[in-house]
Design a protein around this ligand. Structure first.
Ligand SMILES: [Mg+2]
Length: 213
């Protein structure tokens, strides 16, 4: 029963993350992609976004070494900007505590996020996510739904995806999973939690959701 959670906007946030992504690509490619170029990207994972931007800039898909260079540069920027004593991530304390509590109760949980894998590891650690929770970061050729599929492989249902953006809801629908929304950007008839929700609210909402299945 993997209960899968998105990271950015669901468990906390690193404000200005997209500015940082554009700056990193500017360093690597010699020109900062415009906001309009970034907004026009269809995908929601780092691989999809950087691949689309690379296609627009160079007229061909992103090679593996290009993605690795992006991941390394991005990780260095996050490590520098969010070093102790510098900027701090905003942690949704109740959401993270609830997630960790589910994990420690023996519920299979996972993070499924659009971040490149090493960036995801850094962010999960910065937010205080239990290091025993499996992390599924953005892989070449994989959409968010593909990453959820990998996380679910070999695990008996029921499953769940929790996220804060329409692309999270779409991925859950594509996978036929129940959805738990966080914040105001994913209206619908699924349960929606405030980012400031206490851990016990997350736990009881998950329990209710799973009872309905
Ligand atoms: Mg998100």
């Amino acid at each position: 029963m993997p209960l899968c959670f998105d990271l950015d906007g669901t468990l906390g946030h690193f404000s200005g993350g997209y500015v940082l992504l554009r700056e990193v690509l500017g360093e690597l490619w010699g020109r900062v992609p415009t906001e309009a170029e970034l907004r026009s990207c269809q995908g929601s994972t780092d691989w999809e976004i950087v691949d689309e931007l690379h296609g627009g800039r160079f007229g061909r898909g992103l090679p593996m070494e290009g993605y690795q260079a992006f991941e390394t540069a991005c990780l260095l920027r996050f490590e520098r900007e969010f070093a102790p004593g510098a900027r701090s991530a905003v942690v949704y304390e109740g959401m993270v505590a609830g997630l960790n509590s589910l994990h420690r109760q023996g519920q299979p949980v996972a993070l499924v996020s659009g971040n490149a894998p090493r960036v995801l590891t850094f962010k999960a650690q910065a937010l205080g996510v239990d290091p025993g929770i499996p992390l599924w970061g953005s892989r070449p050729g994989h959409s968010r739904a593909d990453l959820i599929r990998l996380a679910l492989e070999g695990c008996a249902g029921p499953h769940l995806y929790a996220g804060d953006r329409p692309h999270d809801l779409h991925a859950a629908r594509e996978m036929g999973l129940p959805f738990l929304g966080v914040g105001p950007c994913v209206p619908g008839d699924h349960p929606i939690l405030e980012p400031e929700a206490h851990a016990h609210v997350l736990l009881s909402t998950v329990e209710q959701l799973l009872k309905r299945l």
